[in-house]
Design a protein around this ligand. Sequence first.
Ligand code: NDP
Length: 445
Amino acid sequence: MDARLEAIRNTVLARNPGEAEFHQAVTEVFESLGPVHDRHPELLEAAILERLCEPERQIIFRVPWTDDSGRVQINRGFRVEFNSALGPYKGGLRFHPSVYLGIVKFLGFEQIFKNALTGMPIGGGKGGSDFDPRGRSDAEVMRFCQSFMTELYRHIGEYTDVPAGDIGVGSREIGYLFGQYKRITNRYESGVLTGKGMSWGGSLVRPEATGYGTVIFTQEMLKTRGSSFDGQRVVVSGSGNVAINAIAKAQTLGASVVACSDSSGYIVDEAGIDVALLREVKEVERGRLKDYAVRRPGVSYVEAGSVWDVDATVALPCATQNELDGDAAARLVRNGLVAVGEGANMPSTRDAVSVFQDSGVLFGPGKAANAGGVATSALEMQQNASRDSWSFEHTEQRLTEIMVGIHHRCASTADEYGDPGNYVLGANIGGFVKVADAMLAQGLI
Ligand code: NDP
């Protein structure tokens, strides 16, 4: 890392102790930015990096609620409003027991650059809670969401901060959150949340957008080598919103998706995953992958193993951060891997990224490859602002154009900075330059 940037990075780490994921995300971005500061020393003078690493605002709050047996439960809520140079803060809410400030900050920091890469007018933010929706009744989830919004509502708004879903937050949770926001404010402010239901302001293609977008980005990478998804053997981690829609899109493009996972284990289905059955088990019944294996002949289920033990030519990590380490990466490469598209945020460890890049594997980092979700959220905001709703075909076409554009921006930036094919460099510099320009123009704020 450039010595000037390393000194700033070390100060950031010391100021934010105990936030390992945030440290990792900051380090990964800083490693790319030396060449930009050689060309633009004025960015150092203006302390752009120091400002970028300090969120504009951080909110931490108590979320009290009662469970079905009448017991009082207390969770912790977060919203980190990181950077509004390009537009209102935008980024999802994550409900998972592992959530703490370091995770919310890593996600919010990544979101700044991701949102800039989309070319849409959105700043970066993220939030969530250590609440675990798994195993909770609908009534419990509703009471939790109502309590969460009872504090959050005063910090958000269509021109201020626009949350959406992430792990553990899907259309059910967005519905309860929106209902409570409307009730407290007495405003039908559609643009305050994205990922809404189709009959009350949601956008077609938003549920599919992150998974579809990841596959479109990966297809663009494959095209640079004269290849495509057609005939690829694909392994996907996770079996939530992003994973399921990535599987569906990859299959549409002619790939055979043979494995996916949840936090309990993974399935191998050599005949190709049956997306309709997977949706039934995971989305309708909120069940476990084990149930898929029970219902479909010829499927094996491996409890507690790593899905990266299954060989593939294309890997799409779509579960969570740091789920694919250096050893798993080396094993995948030995078994013939040609491309990785990150549907999740920071799913590959730094060791894994090095293995992929050193062995010439096409590697699309999450902040570029999974940006289709937030880009389509911005399309949802556009539709809300004009009180319009677009067709599936039109919205999917916009998503495709945006993903092709992000791929082009990353690839051309990597070329411009002398490291062709390095999508990590391209994404980090491409996103950073846009935000830095806006911050310089807006003065010291
Ligand atoms: P979901 O909650 O719909 O699904 C998450 C999936 O990942 C589930 O299969 C879950 O398994 C698995 N998982 C979660 N945590 C772990 C863990 N610690 N170990 C192993 N498996 C785990 O979330 P999404 O699909 O929305 O999000 C997946 C990833 O994509 C996240 O990194 C998110 O930040 C990222 N992302 C999501 C976007 C969106 O639009 N939703 C946009 C951009 C990025 P189980 O069911 O057992 O919990």
